[in-house]
Design a protein around this ligand. Sequence first.
Ligand SMILES: [Zn+2]
Ligand SMILES: [Zn+2]
Length: 304
Amino acid sequence: MDPVQIVCSLGHVATTDELFRRGISPRDIRAALQTGQITRATRGIYVCQHADDEQRQAAALHAQIACVSAVHRVGVWCGLDCALHLMRPADARGGGASARPLVDWNGRELQFHGATPRFARPGTPWLVAPIEAVWQAIHCLDEENAIACLESARHLKFITSAEQRRICVLAPARLQPGIRELEDTADSGLETLTRRRLRHHGFTVVAQGRIGTSTGSLREDLVVDDCVALEIDGRQWHGAEKLASDYDRDLCVEGLGRRTLRLSYRHVMFEWETTLAVIERTVADARRNRRSVRRIVGQNEPWW
Ligand SMILES: [Zn+2]
Ligand SMILES: [Zn+2]
């Protein structure tokens, strides 16, 4: 393999040591640099043309992408944090305050984590290990987003159940009540947030409830007080195919007399007060209408 292929295979960032270990000579590296297919991010670290801004920034600072920035790269929930979180290993070259600028070259805020990993799991030279990233993230995030991150990381198999348990045992006291409420039902962090907020508000919320139909059963993200179904953020997390089946389900659920509300990212993250008021009103209406709905459903199986 040539240096470019190796840099690509290592995630588009590679150190000189990694290249040497794979039989690449300094001369090979110089040749690849001349073609422009790889560039030197900083002394001893090379990136190929596929490396993104975060990777280039981390490489230039001899740092690893960490915490919420690391989990975000694989779609694990990380709330609204927009900063680039980095970890500079203890043996990183360079040092001093100048090695820790406050913003990156795009003006994005930089957050640095301590140099000593909590877990003895190897990451890569440019990315911390998954368990380390989640551990860091639950410290940087507020309570509800930290819990959503823990559920999301497990759901997406970014960490194993054993790793999740390990993190939970060691997690700070402020997160322990939320950890006792952890479930493995949520498809997304947004669903975790909605489920927990509604339960804390006093609703009974069943996650991934199934409703029987004449042709089988359908799954609903959340069922509130056994009378209103919530489908969360279909467009962001589901593909077009899933969207079509979402419409089928809405029709079927309405046919069974159960109201469905479809919530987007915006509804949960930025307009929660209004969203909650709508859910409260819909649940109150549904309760009032139960008796008449039962008559309309007719031959279908009662669902309450
Ligand atoms: Zn590449
Ligand atoms: Zn962080």
